[in-house]
Write a protein that binds this ligand. Sequence first.
Ligand SMILES: C[S@@+](CC[C@H](N)C(=O)[O-])C[C@H]1O[C@@H](n2cnc3c(N)ncnc32)[C@H](O)[C@@H]1O
Length: 180
Amino acid sequence: MSQQPWQSYWQSHTTANSFLHEYESGEGPYGIIADYWAHIFSQFDTNDHVIDLGAGNGALSHLYLCQFVQPTIASWQNIDFAHIQCQTAHACVEHIQADMHALPLSANSVHQAVSMYGLEYSDLHQSMSEISRVLVPNGHLHCLLHHPDSIISLQSQITINVSERLLQVDFLSDLSHCHQ
Ligand SMILES: C[S@@+](CC[C@H](N)C(=O)[O-])C[C@H]1O[C@@H](n2cnc3c(N)ncnc32)[C@H](O)[C@@H]1O
């Protein structure tokens, strides 16, 4: 998927992400999802360099900082290829505009890679290859992906099916015939 639709999305939904501002505690993605991430965050070490792939406007770093007002990691980089105006919530959090298919990071430099509803939008061959390049030996990748039966996956599948139908040559010739 190209960067442009996401660019437009974040321009028109400046505060809409999985945790920031959209929901009250106890609603939406809070509860089981926040508990999952709280468990993951509790495993981070003081020297850990963390990256969030497809970070959007920093939902996970926001959640992390709610749990750890005094961060217990070395650094956190939010990586997203869309240009997003982000408020940096803490000095240890940085937002980087970059494609996860070509991470601007050194090999063996990341201890924890996280992603929530981000990785599945990438070409997994490219992104997984980049993740394995930048992770230190025994580094970790923690990701939360859309369930195939979720509304968003089903809607996307419908859009793909319709697009494929539209691209069928016969259908397009029928359309051009209608215009004549
Ligand atoms: C559904 S949003 C999730 C945002 C955030 N993780 C959250 O939970 O609020 C997916 C994000 O992935 C980003 N993205 C998609 N493909 C990407 C790629 N190849 N490299 C970097 N970011 C990408 C999009 O720009 C978008 O912000």
